[in-house]
Design a protein around this ligand. Structure first.
Ligand SMILES: [Zn+2]
Length: 375
């Protein structure tokens, strides 16, 4: 844990040193280890396997990156682990180097057993800035035909079993119109006005989402939500606005809502807004930039990951949470997924982030149980 916290893997910086260090530890234990770099070459995912070369394995998933420490009032150096009062302090202690440390501590145990199903270690980059690494990893696994059966995402849940969370989709939509004099609105294409029509349509869809809430949904609120985070555009009172942009996000409760929202707003753009804009100026355009698109983790009636982790931890309840994780990405691959890890989300992203030793030993117990169960 001290070694992991000492890598200052803030999302804006490289995570390579930590990934290479983890990779060499796992390789030394005989794991089949692969490091997948991003286009820049400064970030990488690690995927390592102990046990047989078969489908249906168990993925232990953690993100390597941490949030920044600037402007935070830390009692001690955030990148030097300190143990006090039965807890380990440092940036990433609960979110989520605590889980990675437990997984690594148990790697020699997995390696020493004759596992009937493989255990995979999946450590990703850039989770905190939109699950970028997780998306890349999932597509690399698909390309290679690797099909694990179960994923445990070790985000801090106090070792409780979480079987659902909403997705999180963030966009900036850019409107390119035609500037002109405010006295002749028909000769221009007013980007600000088209942005308003776009936002109005989004707000209609938001109301419609309330009628689509899944029966028995335990989310709060139970439906897909949408938020307009910002509208910018134009230069002066008497000039037709040539440029505008809308920052918005929505949090889908189902993958159907996710595609419905995207398809409906795209159809409104292509069938209604663009033809009207281009009737005046064929160069007019609307472009939506994806900032982050993370599918939710949909609670499922049958979930082998939930059953397994319940058996290993003795937890007798399952819940849903309001924060997004990489879980939905693995679920989209057809895997059964739960979120379960040491520490509390209340300590995540804050000064003096910590995880208690009690939580760490409960996580180690779960993984030790997993090793027994698989051998
Ligand atoms: Zn996290």
């Amino acid at each position: 844990m001290a070694d992991l916290i000492a890598f200052p893997t803030i999302s804006s910086d490289s995570n390579l040193e930590m990934i290479e260090w983890l990779g060499s530890q796992l390789s030394d234990l005989g794991a089949r280890t692969e490091i997948f770099h991003d286009e820049s070459g400064h970030k990488a995912n690690l995927f390592a396997t102990i046990g047989p070369d078969t489908d249906g394995g168990i993925v232990l998933s953690g993100h390597s990156d941490v949030v920044p420490v600037a402007e935070q009032d830390w009692t001690s150096d955030p990148f030097e682990m300190v143990e006090r009062d039965g807890a380990l302090f440092g940036r990433g202690a609960c979110d989520m180097k605590g889980f990675i440390a437990c997984a690594m501590a148990m790697a020699p145990v997995f390696a020493a057993r004759d596992l009937k199903r493989p255990v995979h270690f999946a450590f990703t980059y850039d989770e905190e800035v939109g699950c970028i690494g997780g998306q890349a990893l999932v597509s690399d696994l698909k390309t290679r035909g690797i099909a694990p059966g179960i994923a445990i995402i070790g985000e801090p849940t106090g070792m409780q079993i979480i079987e659902g969370h909403k997705g999180c989709c963030e966009y900036t939509t850019h409107f390119h119109g035609l500037e002109g004099h405010g006295s002749a609105p028909d000769r221009g294409v007013n980007a600000a006005e088209y942005a308003v029509r776009y936002v109005t349509r989004l707000m209609e869809l938001r109301e419609e989402m309330k009628t689509r809430a899944p029966r028995g949904s335990r989310f709060d609120p139970p439906w897909t939500t949408m938020n307009i985070g910002g509208i910018h555009g134009g230069v002066a009172h008497n000039v037709i606005a040539g440029r505008a942009e809308v920052e918005w996000e929505f949090r889908p409760v189902t993958s159907e809502d996710m595609s419905y929202m995207k398809e409906e707003i795209a159809a409104y753009v292509s069938d209604t807004l663009l033809p009207a804009m281009r009737a005046v100026d064929p160069r007019a355009d609307i472009q939506t930039e994806t900032i982050g698109e993370v599918a939710g983790l949909e609670p499922m009636a049958a979930n082998a990951a939930r059953d397994l982790v319940a058996e290993l931890t003795g937890a007798n309840g399952v819940d849903v949470v309001p924060f997004a994780t990489e879980a939905g990405l693995f679920q989209e691959m057809g895997m059964d997924v739960v979120v379960c890890g040491p520490g509390s989300i209340d300590q995540a992203h804050k000064a003096d982030e910590y995880v208690t030793l009690d939580q760490m030993s409960r996580c180690l117990d779960m993984l030790e149980g997993l090793a027994r169960r698989l051998s």
